[in-house]
Design a protein around this ligand. Structure first.
Ligand SMILES: *[C@@H]1O[C@H](CO)[C@@H](O)[C@H](O)[C@H]1NC(C)=O
Ligand SMILES: *[C@@H]1O[C@H](CO)[C@@H](O)[C@H](O)[C@H]1NC(C)=O
Ligand SMILES: *[C@@H]1O[C@H](CO)[C@@H](O)[C@H](O)[C@H]1NC(C)=O
Length: 245
């Protein structure tokens, strides 16, 4: 999820997000579609509503091949075919640090760029992760909070996450929606998510909810396979020089 808040320059880039529950959670069986949408406010914001019946995703749930389909960040939306492939840093410890690996194309160029960092589950707040980039992004930090997760009206899983402003790039706080399919959520589920966010008790969330735009998912990576590993070269993030402002 996320990406994008940290690296944005001319084209804006991405970083992502992610998370694993900070403590064990029961597996909640959610229904699908708009009536099953449950969201909380970011727990770190003052006056945040905990969300009725909200539960964090089950351990390991987040480790899936995600596509960013809706974002409040209009610059990040210009990145093409944004994917996020989180994995645990230590395979046997799905609640520990997470490899935060995103990949995307830019307008008029089919080269696939990657952005890597490590996200550490926050020890105070459940389903909140503290991200830090590596290599040229070593000073880029952001905090991600899971706001919601479930499956849409077509039965495909999705999640909604909030990320704090990134001081390094002057990027504002924002909210992203990720789906297992690049065509995104059914309209009714999307509408329900946005409507709930617009009614948040927190003014920042209400304002962010007015600014959603679809990410560009144009099929330009179909058949290419996911990027799930980041070697030492990848971790330098140096291919982003010239891409991020
Ligand atoms: C796409 O971007 C890569 C990396 O910056 C660059 O080497 C390549 O020349 C670009 N291709 C086009 C068609 O602009
Ligand atoms: C956990 O989140 C709180 C609130 O944003 C923050 O102050 C704290 O530094 C975070 N903990 C870590 C270890 O990053
Ligand atoms: C990160 O910040 C430190 C301390 O300000 C600085 O020495 C270092 O060069 C920065 N790293 C990058 C990649 O900008």
């Amino acid at each position: 999820m996320g990406v994008s808040r940290i690296l944005e320059g001319i084209v804006a880039a991405v970083v992502l997000v992610s998370f694993v529950a900070a403590r064990p959670a029961p597996v909640q069986v959610y229904g699908c579609g708009p009536s099953a949408v449950k969201l909380r406010d970011p727990p770190t914001l003052s006056g945040a509503s905990p969300g009725l019946y909200w539960t964090p995703p089950p351990i390991g749930w987040i480790f899936k091949p995600w596509n960013q389909v809706l974002t409040s960040n209009s610059q990040a939306a210009q990145l093409r075919n944004f994917q996020w492939d989180p994995t645990p840093v230590t395979h046997s410890d799905p609640t520990g640090p997470m490899n935060d690996l995103s990949s995307f194309q830019i307008p008029h160029n089919d080269t696939i760029f990657t952005s890597y960092g490590v996200a550490i589950p926050n020890d105070t707040y459940v389903a909140v992760l503290d991200y830090r980039g590596t290599g040229i992004l070593e000073n880029a930090t952001s905090q991600y909070s899971w706001l919601g997760w479930g499956c849409d009206g077509n039965g495909f899983e999705y999640y909604v996450s909030y990320s704090t402003a990134a001081a390094a790039s002057g990027t504002p706080a924002g909210i992203d929606v990720m789906s297992l399919v690049d065509t995104g959520l059914d309209q009714a589920t999307t509408d329900r998510i946005v409507a709930i966010l617009k009614q948040s008790e927190n003014e920042e969330i209400r304002n962010i909810a007015k600014t959603f735009v679809p990410n560009i998912q144009d099929g330009g990576r179909q058949g290419l396979g996911r990027i799930t590993d980041c070697d030492d070269e990848c971790k330098t993030n140096k291919d982003l020089i010239g891409i991020i402002g």
